[in-house]
Design a protein around this ligand. Structure first.
Ligand SMILES: Nc1ncnc2c1ncn2[C@@H]1O[C@H](COP(=O)(O)OP(=O)(O)OP(=O)(O)O)[C@@H](O)[C@H]1O
Ligand SMILES: [Mg+2]
Length: 466
């Protein structure tokens, strides 16, 4: 069987960046010795957990471990998801990082084990070495002839290296891409022979004095040496899951865009694995286990946990990082309780990293970083008020008030958010405690669960960590 690796240029899509809950996190904020800076890369405090995360990354990058599981356990809002996002930022483009919420596994269109298998295979990177032919040289001349009607174009491109000069005939498509890339005589270019893609490498030093209408960012390069046609080795990184999807006959690679991949047959996966093992033996491919992050992992049930147990013992398994904010909680699908809602046999396999509550100074640090991220000017007094609020309610509630207070401050045309804006935002939006208090005051009869209805007893009696 031949396996296709043609991948659509996914990375060319421009993303619309909004300010999300974790957009201020740029990494783990560790120095070269993996020591956490008190504040760094948008991260504040939680030093032990950050250091542990850094150690895990180091081991992943060195390719030393596979098939380990880590559990981040700590109260809500203590930075578990934030640290995972920091890990993702530090990993670099060649090591895959996949993040799912445990609840995503419960889908009607595929079984739980299929969803988990896809997540596992997304987290394993395949580096494939390929030889491609390229044409590389300095443009001596481009000559384009248009037919009288302008409908067809023909042309000639003269390229040279220090050793030789060749003239190439140009077709319509090539002429269009040369025009689009604004290639001029004196540019050093590379053309990929298979795809016809043109990349401008810079301007030749020899032509640097020719004309002066160049931007400040013009890059000068030497005229290439040797042959114009060269073979070059390039390495692509793709995940196992992407190879699965591209090769699944029913979907094709368009499914990668639609995100609707459906179930993939085990036979196909076997074939792909066999092929990739062959490539590994011929050293055409290497495999890099990445990281699979499963947030809110207590939402998985016993079947999923036992599946993960088995998956972790396979030869090619990613590092699984899980997060849970539960204390003693029922393991879904069973009648017994276990720490963090994870069955004991899985717990036995995981290394547990703890995240703890923040000190007032750390909360203040996080609030200040968030204000910067959201482009909000805030008075020192307001920061102090917000810090106090975070201690009495939750960090998340306080962080959410920033943007509300910012809108209020702008309405009254103030330069910065002040105590009064926060006070008003605090009145408009209830936190969890006040909401519970209000329900109690209503004396029942308001909502469905005030009546004596038991919806689903599974989660009752679970303790969250605090
Ligand atoms: N150490 C930190 N440095 C900077 N920002 C942080 C830090 N810890 C948490 N935050 C921010 O605080 C908010 C809440 O943290 P986060 O979502 O990571 O909590 P969590 O531990 O995942 O909670 P839950 O158990 O409810 O999922 C997020 O916006 C996060 O980016
Ligand atoms: Mg979280």
């Amino acid at each position: 069987m031949s396996i296709s690796l043609q991948q659509p240029a996914l990375h060319d899509l421009t993303k619309l960046e909004r300010i999300g809950a974790h957009s201020h996190i740029r990494g783990l904020g560790l120095d070269d010795h993996l020591n956490p800076r008190p504040v760094g890369s948008g991260m504040v405090g939680q030093t032990k957990a950050r250091r542990a995360a850094g150690l895990i990354l180091k081991m992943v990058q060195e390719g030393r471990i596979a098939g380990r599981a880590i559990l981040m356990a700590g109260p809500a809002g203590s930075g578990k998801t934030a640290i995972a996002m920091g890990m993702a930022q530090e990993l670099g483009p060649d090591v895959p990082f996949t993040s799912i919420a445990a609840s995503e596994v419960y889908s009607l269109s595929m079984s739980k084990t299929e969803a988990l298998t896809q997540a596992f295979r997304r987290s394993i990177g395949v580096q494939i070495k390929e030889e491609t032919e390229i044409i590389e040289g300095e443009v001596v001349e481009i000559q384009i002839d248009r037919s009288l009607t302008g409908a067809t174009k023909t042309g000639k491109l003269t390229l040279k290296t220090t050793d030789m000069e060749t003239v190439y005939d140009l077709g319509n498509k090539m002429i269009d891409s040369l025009t689009k890339e604004k290639v001029l005589a004196g540019d050093v270019i590379a053309i990929d022979k298979a795809s016809g893609r043109i990349s401008k490498l810079g301007r030749s030093f020899a032509r640097s004095r020719d004309y002066d209408a160049m931007g400040a960012d013009t890059k000068f390069v030497q005229c290439p040496e040797g042959e114009i046609q060269k073979r070059r080795e390039v390495t692509h990184t793709i995940s196992l899951h992407e190879i699965d999807v591209i090769n699944s006959r029913t979907q094709g690679f368009l499914a990668l865009f639609a995100g609707d991949t459906g179930e993939i047959s085990p036979e196909l996966r076997d074939q792909i694995d066999t092929k990739i093992n062959e490539w590994r033996e011929e050293s055409k491919a290497t495999l890099t286990p990445g990281i699979l992050f499963i947030d809110e992992v207590h939402m998985l049930d016993i079947e999923c946990f036992s599946f993960i147990n088995r998956k972790l013992e396979e030869e090619l398994a990613p590092i699984v990082v899980m997060a849970s904010n539960r204390g003693m909680a029922k393991v879904r699908g069973t009648g017994y309780k276990a720490p963090h809602g994870l069955p004991v046999d899985l717990l036995d396999r995981v290394m547990i990293v703890r995240t703890g509550p923040y000190s007032a100074d750390e909360i203040e640090g996080i609030i200040k970083i968030r204000c910067q991220e959201e482009d909000t000017s805030i008075s020192n007094e307001a920061v102090a008020v917000l810090t106090k609020m975070a201690q009495e309610t939750t960090l998340r509630y306080a962080l959410q008030l920033i943007s509300c207070a910012d809108v209020l401050a702008r309405r009254r045309k103030a330069k910065e958010v002040d105590r009064q804006d926060l006070q008003r935002a605090y009145v408009y939006f209830n936190d969890e405690k006040r909401s519970a208090q209000w329900l109690r005051e209503q004396g029942g009869g308001l909502l469905v669960w005030d009546m004596d209805v038991k919806v689903d007893g599974e989660e009752t009696g679970d303790a969250t960590m605090s």
